[in-house]
Write a protein that binds this ligand. Structure first.
Ligand SMILES: [Zn+2]
Length: 398
């Protein structure tokens, strides 16, 4: 196997490999590791996607890196080069055991300061109930805390206009907390992309999936998940992001953000007849984004069977084709039974099953990278139970 030294290719930042007469060309250096990985796999080199923390000390990984080094490929510092190993079957089995200490939790008391006033359902009581449930269930000892530390403004501006920032900023009780909600999502993306954690849940508010460029909408000021997707692409050079939205309401803001963008696949289950009245199945994207927007409206009273069926029949094949580099979840729990604003019948067991399906996708395609963001959920005790089931699943509990 040789790496081309052709100066013309190097000048054009292309990379070319030959192996036993087969040719590989990567169009740029950021995608090169992933393309090379597939190439080597086709050439018979074993591929796997696994926890990076354990691979860093793997003797067989070192052996592989030494091999690639001797070939002049210098892969040791490649940022996306995290899925290749020559591990023995025993090592593979050992590494695939889920750790109980690799799920992060974004949490910050300042999120309790945001209010929409009076008896508004998007209230601080929602997060308080989640915090209490996490403690009561002993999950605080298992989850790795993440603080919102990223300056979100440059990335908020990649989704929202200056006009929107001006209007939403005035509408918000405290604009800094709304931005902190975005920051929490971005900090979780950092932790997961750095390989410090397998996945993370962001207990943030206000929610975001309705936010477009029209000021506050549906309790949302900035579109946390849309900004997080762009952030993963810009900061971490991930190309393809899958967003899975199981909130009762259609994520119209997220759809708006990526409707003509083939680099983000949005899959949403929701009630078509409810707010915001969007999300029809024939809205499939436009231009280059055609086919990358999948809406699955569900009928009143939709239960676990209905949503799991949609995930298995529509999400799994779409994800297989898309091959995401990261998966984000717009985790709304107003699709749970007994919610104040919804009439679906999802159960806590159902949320755990949805979580596991998303984790399977991420395990297969992107080193298990999942960041989940809280959206709706307005029966506070029900919300806390739904989040508990979601967290247990993220932690790897059967
Ligand atoms: Zn909702």
């Amino acid at each position: 196997m040789i790496l081309s030294k052709d100066p013309a290719l190097q000048a054009s930042k292309d990379a070319l490999l030959f192996h036993e007469g087969r040719e590989l060309r990567a169009s740029n250096h950021s995608t090169f590791p992933l393309v090379l990985k597939n190439f080597l796999f086709q050439c018979g080199v074993k591929e796997r996607q696994d926890r990076r923390s354990t691979m860093e000390t793997s003797p067989s990984r070192r052996q592989f890196l030494n091999t690639t080094k001797s070939l002049g490929l210098g892969l040791g510092s490649a940022p996306l080069w995290t899925g290749m190993d020559l591990a023995s079957a025993e090592e593979k089995e050992e590494k695939e055991k889920p750790s109980t200490m690799n799920t992060g939790l974004v949490s910050d008391l300042r999120y309790l300061e945001h209010t929409q006033g009076g008896t508004h359902p998007e209230s601080p009581a929602r997060l308080k109930a989640i915090h209490e449930k996490i403690k009561e269930a002993g999950l605080d000892k298992k989850l790795v805390p993440i603080k919102p530390t990223v300056d979100p403004l440059p990335f908020i501006k990649m989704i929202h206009s200056e006009e929107h920032l001006a209007v939403a900023g005035k509408q918000a009780h405290d604009d800094a907390i709304c931005r902190l909600s975005v920051s929490g999502a971005l900090s979780a993306v950092d932790a997961v992309c750095a390989g410090k954690l397998r996945n993370a849940f962001c207990a943030i508010r206000p929610p975001g999936h309705h936010a477009a460029n029209n000021g506050e909408y549906g309790f949302c000021f900035y579109n946390n998940v849309a900004v997080a997707a762009r952030y993963a692409q810009e900061k971490h050079k991930l190309r393809k992001i899958l967003i899975v939205d199981w909130d009762y309401h259609h994520g119209d803001g997220t759809e708006w953000a990526f409707y003509d963008d083939p680099s983000v696949l949005l899959f949403s289950t929701h009630a078509l007849y409810a707010f915001p009245g969007t999300g029809a199945a024939d809205k499939t994207g436009k231009g280059k984004g055609e086919g990358f927007n999948i809406n699955v409206p569900l009928p009143r009273g939709a239960n676990d069977e209905a949503v799991l069926g949609a995930f298995k029949e529509k999400l799994l094949p779409a994800a297989e084709k898309f091959q995401p580099d990261m998966v984000l979840i717009s985790a709304g729990f107003d699709s749970r039974h007994d919610d104040l604003l919804g009439d679906f019948k999802f159960t806590d067991k159902g949320f755990a099953q949805l979580t596991k399906l998303v984790m399977e996708i991420a395990g297969k395609h992107c080193g298990s990278r999942v960041v989940s963001l809280l959206e709706g959920g307005y029966n506070v005790q029900g919300l806390a139970l739904g989040v508990e089931a979601h967290l247990e699943a993220l932690l790897g509990k059967d």
